[in-house]
Design a protein around this ligand. Sequence first.
Ligand code: FAD
Length: 311
Amino acid sequence: MKITDHILCKKKNSLFSFEILPPLIGKNIKNTFFNLDRLMEFKPSFINVTYHNKEFIFLKQKNGLLKLKKISKRPGTISICATIIDKYQLDVVPHIICKNLNKKIVENILIDLNFLGINNILLLRGDNLKYGEKFFPKKNKYKYAYDLVKLVNNLNIKKNYPISDFCIGVAGYPEKHIESPNIESDLFFLKKKVESGANYIITQMFFDNKKYFSFVKKCRIEGIHIPIIPGIKPISSKKQLNSLPSKFYLSIPNELVKEIKKTKNKKNIYDIGIEWAIHQSKELKNYGTKIIHYYTMDKPENIYKILKYVF
Ligand code: FAD
């Protein structure tokens, strides 16, 4: 079932989905499914599986020295999607990022997805790499998520092209994308993604619902009328008070910052994050938000507790 059909479905008035990361290279998939098994209790509508670009990481050599190598740290997005369908008969949304793609590769990915019965995708540009490599795709490659959306949508509307019938999701940023000069510019490009064929938006995490409400309002004024699914992540450590704002360009409300700062015990910080996310989720539901998306970040224990109270 397409994500937009889930949202339109009248049987349930509140839905949720979540995002998982493929395991780190060399790690076992068992743990991923152990975590998923627990969350299945709440009957998610769909599961997103992230895609990870090759990254520079330091690998230890035989002589003990470290060497910088570029590898896929978390490969396996599509095979995890296939296993989720097989194991839970659930809809999945593989993420696809622009880096190193060309038209032929995209078509081949779509053929694979089509054979697996997957007709939902989330199209993204992808992040810059660590250690200074900027996101500069070479000639003939796709530079922005917009380029990918346009390509897939063109295939979608080709009558004689039977492999493409995808429901296309894209990312949106309630507090603007980190590289964007301002929210207006970011909305301008978000609208371009929508005009090129995106069917729904999933937002970057936010910790103040007012940011989401205001974003939705601005989108509607700009003529963006597709569903905007809010993305929620519970804070789980003191370190994240600095790392999340600097990595994702988002703000954390002072009330939450103060409460976490005065707390010494790690476990209590974790609980504060859960409570805050429960409060956010309940408020979003009261506002009439049909579906909430949770970022598990590989640690589903807190998501389990949130779902228990909210759904
Ligand atoms: P774009 O929409 O291409 O926008 C990137 C920037 O360029 C923005 O500042 C935008 O305003 C600007 N821009 C867009 N189009 C143009 C244009 N034509 N000309 C000039 N400027 C333009 N990353 C991963 O690597 N893997 C994942 O699985 C993943 N999943 C994600 C899921 C969600 C829900 C979200 C919110 C993010 C995810 N990301 C993921 C992170 C994402 O890849 C980064 O945030 C990335 O920096 C931007 O991706 P985008 O698709 O929003 O980019």
